[in-house]
Design a binder for this molecule. Structure first.
Ligand code: MLT
Ligand code: MN
Ligand code: ZN
Length: 296
């Protein structure tokens, strides 16, 4: 299996257009790497690829990823796109894929319903872009030799669908994790997750790699930095640090590789020189970067 992290950042990316926080300023100045918005590409054979999540930065991500360039006059090695929720940072890039190219678009029925409610996405010609509903725990072949199984993780509906009362640890079709399998290798991709319950620890145990929600280091970091009024939990993201954080929850779980993805610009982990990065590394975690490739 080959995996390319197309975008390692959360919604907004690093730097975020309207943010002057120290990380965003450091990224603008080139002192730390910029991070585009969240998504990966996966292949079992190196020729046929699946995208998981389509970020608003997709056009540029494809341009700088040699494996995803057209092989001829027209065409693309991208066979399918799977989205793990309806968040803008995971679906707005679908609009970039509208130039008369066929592929399969996979999502749960609930996420498809959100996409279908948006008339702009009908720019994806239904004659060639086939919307395929995937039930939870159903296995589908995203590309030759590459199987995926979706499972519910604690999360919430997309921000633009929030009502007055928001449940942030819903278990259903709105936010899913992906279990990928190719040639006997098993990888989990979970870019959004509000909690790490015991069943999740057990499910990912023994995998060759885990790419996991690294949005925030501490639950209240955006509030304390004066960047916003929301906690991580309110946004549906478990923090990395702390007694209930993912670092601690996954510490004793056996994994081939563990990589944080979907990092918010407020997270000290985006700075390679930060003490937090060293602390995560000591627990075996890497921090994903744009263009990072792994072959689990
Ligand atoms: C998230 O991951 O919390 C969302 O992408 C937030 C957003 O839609 O901006
Ligand atoms: Mn997001
Ligand atoms: Zn910032």
């Amino acid at each position: 299996m080959r995996i390319v992290i197309l975008g390692s950042g959360a919604g907004g990316g690093v730097p975020q257009w309207n943010c002057g926080c120290p990380n965003c300023e450091a990224a603008r100045a080139g002192r730390i790497p910029a991070m585009s918005q969240s998504g990966i590409a996966v292949s079992a054979n190196g020729r046929d690829w699946a995208l998981i999540n389509a970020s608003p930065d997709l056009r540029q991500q494809l341009a700088v990823t040699p494996a995803l360039r057209p092989g001829g006059l027209r065409g693309s090695p991208i066979r399918s796109v799977l989205v793990t929720n309806g968040d803008i940072d995971h679906v707005a890039g679908l609009l970039t894929l509208r130039e008369g190219q066929g592929f399969d678009l996979y999502a749960t029925p609930a996420i498809h319903a959100v996409l279908s409610a948006n008339p702009m996405l009908s720019a994806l010609d239904p004659g060639i872009v086939v919307r395929r509903e995937v039930a939870l725990e159903q296995s589908v072949e995203l590309a030759p030799g590459l199987a995926a199984r979706l499972f519910a993780v604690p999360g919430k509906v997309p921000l633009y669908m929030e009502g007055e009362r928001v449940e942030t640890d819903l278990m259903g079709e709105q936010t899913v994790g992906v279990e990928l399998e190719a040639a006997g290798r098993r990888v989990f991709y979970i870019p959004g997750c509000a909690l790490v319950p015991d069943w999740l620890r057990e499910r990912v145990a023994g995998a060759d790699a885990l790419l996991f929600d690294g949005t925030l280091w501490t639950d209240d970091e955006m509030i304390r930095a004066g960047l916003g009024i929301k906690s991580g939990r309110r946004m549906g993201h478990v923090p990395v640090s702390g007694p209930d954080g993912s670092l601690e929850a996954l510490r004793d779980v056996t994994l081939g590789a563990r990589i944080y993805v979907h990092l918010n610009n407020s997270n000290p982990l985006v700075d390679p020189a930060s003490p937090e990065r060293a602390q995560a590394a000591a627990a075996g975690w890497q921090v994903g970067h744009d263009g990072m490739e792994i072959a689990p």
